[in-house]
Write a protein that binds this ligand. Structure first.
Ligand SMILES: NC(=O)c1ccc[n+]([C@@H]2O[C@H](COP(=O)([O-])OP(=O)(O)OC[C@H]3O[C@@H](n4cnc5c(N)ncnc54)[C@H](OP(=O)(O)O)[C@@H]3O)[C@@H](O)[C@H]2O)c1
Length: 329
């Protein structure tokens, strides 16, 4: 396993990490989750990602039960949670969602209870909250750090401007600013990582824990001939995801990339994950899996990164046509 520093912080995360969105509680039960977390840990993964909203709190409870059983040394791994969406679904009342001091503080306490932990290593604002002043968010996160309830705080899917505003507030009041952002990053979604955040990486040293490196599985080629039964995009309640992801031109490009992966002698999944890791601004790519074969296949990406020459990267860009167009100057 390779370990990368989380931005300019002193924390080292494994380049591949493991998350529980959609899978824990919805698709897999404790036994499988236990096996997958075991494989991840045994292969050097030291970061497990979670959020209050995943399976409406049940994902954190499941991870908490597994951690309890594993009895791994608490100092050997990092756990995250994220607040914003709440965990009561349609029953969320005012103050049970968003980024107010009240919700961030209570969401942190609730996540600690569900995960059966004393502190979170990483705590994210799962989305920006346009109605809450960024001052309130920065002061609250700084306070949670001072109380020892979280160690590092970050954002997820914030704009570059919002992240810079958080840094400005932190600088102004001598508070601890964001350490990391969690954006989507894969061969279809490149804008934030390769355009919007580039100056922040240079000037502030922001770390990233990128999500959906395989675009929910699309970049494994599994959807090339339709939607397999039991796969994520066949799940009821996830039609919005299926409709947003499956488009003819994406499938066409995925098929071409698959042919190229075959020529290189790797699986499309390993190639796609390795491509994410090739970007030095990625601290860790969070994997998701419902089966151990998937996780083992994706872990092979680590060996592939050094094989990605500039020529191969250029060929991938030509096939995918998703590289953001930046101005010449
Ligand atoms: N901050 C945010 O807003 C946000 C949003 C989304 C995710 N995340 C985080 O990022 C993590 C990873 O995201 P993700 O689960 O979308 O990652 P992903 O790698 O894009 O998709 C994972 C899914 O693809 C399928 N898959 C993975 N490897 C495969 C293989 N080798 N062959 C065939 N199918 C394979 C599996 O689904 P099936 O078996 O069901 O087909 C698996 O659950 C999440 O768990 C969560 O922690 C964060």
């Amino acid at each position: 396993m390779e370990y990368r520093y989380l931005g300019k912080s002193g924390l080292q995360l494994s380049a591949l990490s493991f998350g529980s969105w959609v899978t824990f509680h919805k698709q897999i039960e404790d036994n499988t989750a236990d096996t997958l977390m075991g494989i991840a840990y045994d292969n050097g993964i030291n970061f497990f990602d979670n959020a209050e909203v995943y399976a409406l709190g049940e994902s954190e409870k499941m991870m908490g039960r597994i951690l309890k059983q594993k009895s791994w040394d608490r100092t050997s791994y990092c756990i995250s949670s994220k607040a914003f969406f709440g965990w009561r679904g349609k029953n969320n009342k005012p103050n049970q969602t968003g980024l107010s001091r009240k919700h961030l503080t209570e969401a942190c306490h609730e996540a600690l209870q569900r995960l059966q932990l004393d502190y979170l290593d990483l705590f994210f604002c799962h989305r920006p909250d346009k109605k809450v002043p960024i001052e309130e968010v920065v002061w609250t996160m700084n306070g949670l750090i001072q109380q020892g309830k979280i160690l590092y705080w970050g954002t997820s899917e914030w704009s570059g401007v919002e992240i810079m505003e958080a840094f400005r507030v932190a600088d102004q009041h001598h508070l601890i600013g964001p350490t990391m952002e969690q954006p989507q990053y894969n061969l279809f979604e490149r804008g934030k990582m390769e355009n919007d955040y580039v100056e922040i990486f240079k000037k502030r040293g922001l770390g990233t824990t990128i999500w959906s490196p395989l675009a929910s599985g699309l970049l494994t080629g599994k959807y090339n001939e339709g939607i397999p039964e039991g796969s994520r995009l066949a799940l009821s309640g996830y039609e919005w995801l299926r409709d947003g992801l499956i488009m003819d031109d994406r499938i066409k490009r995925t098929k071409k990339l698959n042919e190229y992966a075959n020529k290189l002698g790797v699986s499309l999944a390993s190639l796609s994950v390795a491509w994410c890791l090739k970007n030095p601004n990625v601290t860790t790519a969070i994997l998701g899996a419902t089966k151990k074969e998937q996780l083992l296949d994706n872990l092979k990406a680590l060996e592939m990164v050094s094989r990605l020459t500039p020529e191969i990267m250029e060929r991938i860009d030509k096939i995918m046509q998703t590289k953001p167009q930046l101005p010449e100057y």
